[in-house]
Design a protein around this ligand. Sequence first.
Ligand code: AMP
Ligand code: ZN
Length: 477
Amino acid sequence: MQLLIYNTLTRMKEPFEPLTPGIVRMYVCGPTPYDHTHIGHARTYVAFDLIRRFLEFEGYTVIHVMNITDIDDKILRKARETVGLEKWKEIPDKYSKEFFEVLDKMYVKRPHYAPRVTEHIEDIVKTISILIDKGYAYVSQGSVYFEVDKYSRYGQLSKITRRESWRQEMDVVAEKKKPYDFALWKRAKPGEPYWNTPWGPGRPGWHIECTVMGSKYLGVQFDIHGGGQDLIFPHHENEIAQAEACYDVHPWVKYWIHIGYLTIKGEKMSKSLGNIIPVQEVFSKYDPLVLKLYLISAHYRTPLDFSWDALNHAAATYNKIENFTKTIIGYLRDEEPPSSVGEDVAKDVMKISVEREKFLESLREDFNTSKAMAHLHTVINFVNRRIVENRLSYPLAVKTLEFMREFNEITGLLEKVLVPVSSEEKFTELMKLIVELRNIHRRAKNYELADWIRGKLSEIGIKLIDQKDKTIWVLEH
Ligand code: AMP
Ligand code: ZN
């Protein structure tokens, strides 16, 4: 089956065909870093990580851009309350660093470019000048506004057709031609940072940065653009209006993807509602990958209502998946390929192939992770049953491990358990050598040294288990 993506622009699942075969240009709206990253943010970026990883798994080369909004009212307010307005840059620096560190812990792949607004002021000013020259924008009291009535496709993404519903930026309504015009450039306020332009000093409005940086790094038209659902209106609607007016293109972006809210007691998790749970708080109690597993267990478009109980459940599931993988790795370490196998073994292997295909097909259906996970569990339960029955065969284990490796490629959830194939053999040989060295010391009653080796291995997350006639090793966190 061809990959289908639900496109917010058409409200339909569409076959995915990038503008250039084999290459996917993807822009994801990044954070406004003025406070700790919360698990609502994590949901959106984990979802796009899965989307990117799956596209790569399917053979596409993905170019992934994510902006950092490093100037904004909220950032300046936070600076005023903490480090002082003159040191405002410290706020986005501090919190964007934290943002990436938090995502790294969940093995969320970093974007190829993370352009910052303040480093693209010249490009932004140029684009605004073009919009003024073309008659889509006007200057008013040192600010510049986009004149929505001049652009006929306004509302195409949000499907909001009643103009009265378009009202935005109501605090400056007196200086705009219409209540729904929005700022491209905001004139400087006393004491705040500013840049000089032909219309006077000021700083960019929020929406223009994504239009400018998206097309600077990905071209005047590109394949995927997205963020959380709250960005559909006005942010993405405005981005489209600016881009299509400036570059004379339609559609500016082919597929729009929006992630459902992470809610808590049914309400969107957001700083303004005061119901946020910082990612760091979850990490102090759970492995970061437990949170990732929890977030991808639901389909990305459905709302996900957070509870600690559900997270506990995810922790148990994560342990199950991880231990299962370790068991298969451990089994294969001591086994050799058999010269012949029975028909029942071939059937077992087929079962994994079929479930693997269903797993991938689920993801091809608009990245349906919740369905895909059900097939993963079918595999785990099936193979676990064979283990209990003492019928785990070498071919079944190999096929299963291949599948778990693919699962990891697409989710990053087994990064701590799986060693890259290319170095696995060498790593295994090296471990054999270290275990043997320790046993030589034990036999010579050199217990201090033997224990030292065991302790050092444990520090780096490798546990030795002494069995009756041999010592085995397992990877731990
Ligand atoms: P912000 O820094 O608030 O602009 O948010 C960064 C990204 O996180 C945006 O794409 C938001 O849509 C997304 N986001 C924020 N809160 C949530 C939430 N509760 N659930 C899902 N995504 C969210
Ligand atoms: Zn944006």
